[in-house]
Design a binder for this molecule. Structure first.
Ligand code: T1G
Length: 675
């Protein structure tokens, strides 16, 4: 099937692209569109052109799979220019998501008609790029600088109605009449001259508008190259004539295209999608129907997990042992939804719908109606075994039994049931209704359809899921442990919590190891015996320094939870440092980075070698979506590849670590974790 077909509807030539799944503007599509414009120009009967797309969406952008390969003509900016220079009006018929180069094609057209459900966006910044086919020059001219800056630096789409209000869309079509209405629109404008072209308009800005925008977004854009280049390109649209602005856009685009940050972001784009594929299981395996989900435990995790399904329209039965805990849990769910509604991100009806789909109960047997049951009870193997023993007796045949455990052995839990094939781990990250990562832990006996059902469900509840093998801490938490151990050792040698955390936030992490410990709770895993003080953590917990929840942990916190260094903590550290016989010294930032990040990569190599992660890019996805690893660094394994595995191995050896065999092997071969 040709990538673009043309058909005359009277005097209107309709060019329809068909490049599933998202009509990416591949070379074939570009050649086809170019031919259609030439065909229209050569045919005296043709008075106007409509560019449309078959399938689910208008062009969703340039074809990202072509990046890094030798460019094939016509290049997209050139094609958009030819469309705009057409002597006959070209109308874009937009449905689905007109994104990136797709929106740029539409902006090169003389008119744009869209269905109300269509979305317009320039997500290039999320790939570390900028709209490189004239988007930064046409958006400010057709709409305004403020909207252009918002679109190109956020990467988030706007709806067709907002687009129309801003001047990007000329007309809204009915949802099921787009093509006919586009053809009628083309007929209507066939003779109107001069043709409206973005390049003939000018863009203007308020004095200081760009710098004010930079300041307002400094924190969000920190360490990233793409946002600033996007701003510079829009500035050029105001300060330069169109063709010079286009040249500036190209220069700024090429800087990004060949930078490491875009390579990292494009890696993550594909890694996130690859993570959803389970090696050895057919994509068309029959999934188990999930019509009702049971959650055991209405605490922070149980309530957050429940919200994921309620928001996706899946009824939930939530079970607690005590009425008071159940009341508190369902109250928290309602409060969270109401807070979301207050921000305008949900309507009151949606809140009512979600809460209406929640069935709180003290009756454990009610779980017999559920197709998937997730336990989110206390992190103790004994407690979990007890729960699964009970579940085995009451859950219906074929129900999937999942544990939300963060560390524990799924095989051991499955073994207490008569149905280990129906058991797996679904490890959500707190807050479970917010964090996108879901580790799906595959037990030795987990059935393929159970695993595939959980993976498909993850997409339904808008999670990014990664399959993990059974090992203490699975993937993310397993890599976190050596980092935390080393961070504590560095305190004994003279580093401070502030310094260690600063190194990590400067690296791009949202917070450092000690800030994270205070957020999660210094007391997690503490033996709870205040008289037993064997290390810094025991001393902090015994002193009531449990973290943000008690107003103090490694840091002191004010009423707004802003951290300040604590003299009491420093004296505890100094005391244990003296006891450990460590000689306090100046610890450099570089040493801190090497001793806390390299061991994570080493652990990642062990995870890969043991087959506990399907691929290195899955580990990258875990860290970006579960722990806020900076996406513009591509994840720990991608970043290690960029640093050079030889450098990582040498750094580990320098600090006395045993280099994982797979890392050593790849370092010696000058290899990479990610292909
Ligand atoms: N190029 C190539 N493949 C793409 C693609 C693209 N632009 N977008 C999606 N795919 C593949 C994706 O890898 C997956 O493949 C399948 O399509 C379904 O995608 C010059 C330079 C459109 C909102 O950044 O945001 O234009 O895994 O699973 O959840 O200025 O895809 O099935 O083999 O995501 O329904 C700008 C990226 C490019 C849009 C649909 N455009 N795509 O979401 O499906 S740069 C983008 C998306 C650019 C110009 C610049 C989403 C979607 P597979 P999916 P979805």
């Amino acid at each position: 099937m040709a990538a673009v077909t043309t058909e005359k509807h009277g005097s209107v030539l309709v060019a329809t692209a068909n490049n599933p799944p998202v009509n990416a503007l591949s070379a074939d599509v570009r050649v086809g569109l170019d031919a259609a414009i030439k065909e229209a120009a050569a045919d005296p009967e043709v008075t106007a052109v409509v560019i449309a797309c078959a399938g689910r969406t208008f062009f969703a952008g340039a074809d990202i799979t072509e990046f890094g390969k030798p460019p094939v003509e016509p290049w997209l900016p050139e094609l958009v220019d030819r469309i705009e220079r057409s002597e006959k009006p070209v109308v874009a018929a937009i449905h689905g998501t007109a994104l990136g180069g797709g929106l740029e094609v539409a902006l090169g057209c003389h008119y744009r008609i869209a269905v109300p459900s269509a979305k317009l966006g320039t997500p290039e910044v999320k790939l570390g790029l900028l709209p490189g086919a004239g988007g930064t020059q046409r958006l400010p001219r057709l709409a305004n600088v403020e909207l252009a800056l918002k679109l190109v630096t956020s990467g988030n789409p706007i709806g067709a109605k907002e687009g129309q209000a801003a001047g990007l869309i000329d007309r809204l079509a009915s949802e099921d009449g787009l093509l006919d209405e586009a053809i009628a629109f083309a007929r209507e404008v066939a003779d109107s001259r001069p043709l409206p072209r973005a390049r003939d308009k000018t863009a203007s800005a308020e004095p200081g508008q760009f710098d004010a925008f930079r300041q307002a977004n400094a924190r969000a854009f920190r360490n990233q190259h793409a946002p600033e280049n996007n701003i510079k390109a829009v500035e050029a649209a105001v300060s330069l004539p169109f063709d010079e602005g286009m040249a500036k856009e190209r220069e700024l685009f090429m800087q990004l295209m060949f930078g490491t940050q875009s390579a990292a972001l494009r890696h993550i784009f594909f890694a996130e999608r690859k993570a959803a594929k389970i090696d050895g299981i057919d994509d068309d395996i029959t999934l188990r129907p999930i019509n009702r989900v049971g959650i055991i435990g209405a605490g922070t995790m149980g309530g957050g997990i429940a919200m994921n399904f309620l928001t996706a329209g899946i009824p939930v039965t939530i079970v607690e042992m005590q009425a008071e805990a159940l009341e508190r849990g369902t109250g928290t769910i309602r409060k969270n939804y109401e807070a979301t509604a207050a921000k305008g991100r949900m309507s009151a009806e949606q809140v009512a719908g979600a809460m209406g789909a929640l069935s709180p109960t003290l009756d454990f047997d009610k779980l017999a109606e559920c197709d998937l049951i997730i336990e989110a009870v206390y992190e103790s193997m004994e407690v979990k075994k007890e729960v699964f023993t009970r579940l085995d007796k009451i859950a219906k045949p074929g129900a999937i039994l999942a544990s939300n455990t963060s560390y524990l052995d799924i095989n051991e839990i499955a073994a207490v049931t008569s149905r280990p094939q129906d058991v797996l781990g679904m490890h959500f990250f707190s807050p479970a209704n917010v964090m996108k990562l879901l580790e799906i832990v595959r037990g030795d006996k987990t059935a393929d359809d159970v695993l595939a059902t959980a993976m498909a469900l993850a997409k339904t509840i808008k999670k990014v899921a990664v399959v993990a093998g059974v090992a203490y801490g699975f993937i993310g938490n397993r890599m976190l442990m050596p980092r935390q151990v080393e961070a504590m050792k560095l305190l004994m040698e003279g580093a401070t919590p502030e310094q260690v955390d600063r190194v990590h936030t400067e690296f791009g992490m949202p917070m450092g190891p000690f800030q994270m410990s205070d957020l999660a709770g210094v007391d997690i895993g503490w033996h709870r015996d205040p008289a037993r003080i064997e290390n810094v953590r025991d001393a902090l917990c015994s002193a009531g320094r449990w973290g943000q929840k008690t107003g103090k942990g490694f840091y002191d916190y004010d009423e707004k939870r802003r951290p300040t260094a604590s003299a009491e903590v420093q004296s505890i550290i100094d005391e244990f440092s003296a006891r450990s016989g460590s000689v306090k010294r100046e610890v450099t930032d570089e040493e801190i980075l090497e001793r806390t990040v390299y061991p994570m990569i080493n652990e990642g190599a062990l995870i890969l070698a043991e087959g506990k992660a399907q691929r290195a890019s899955d580990i990258d996805v875990v860290w970006i979506y579960g722990y806020g690893f900076p996406p513009y660094k591509g994840g720990p394994m991608f970043w290690a590849d960029q640093e050079g595995l030889g450098k990582i191995a040498a750094g580990l050896e320098k600090h006395g670590f045993e280099v994982a065999p797979l890392l050593r092997e790849k370092a010696d071969a000058n290899g990479r974790f990610n292909k």
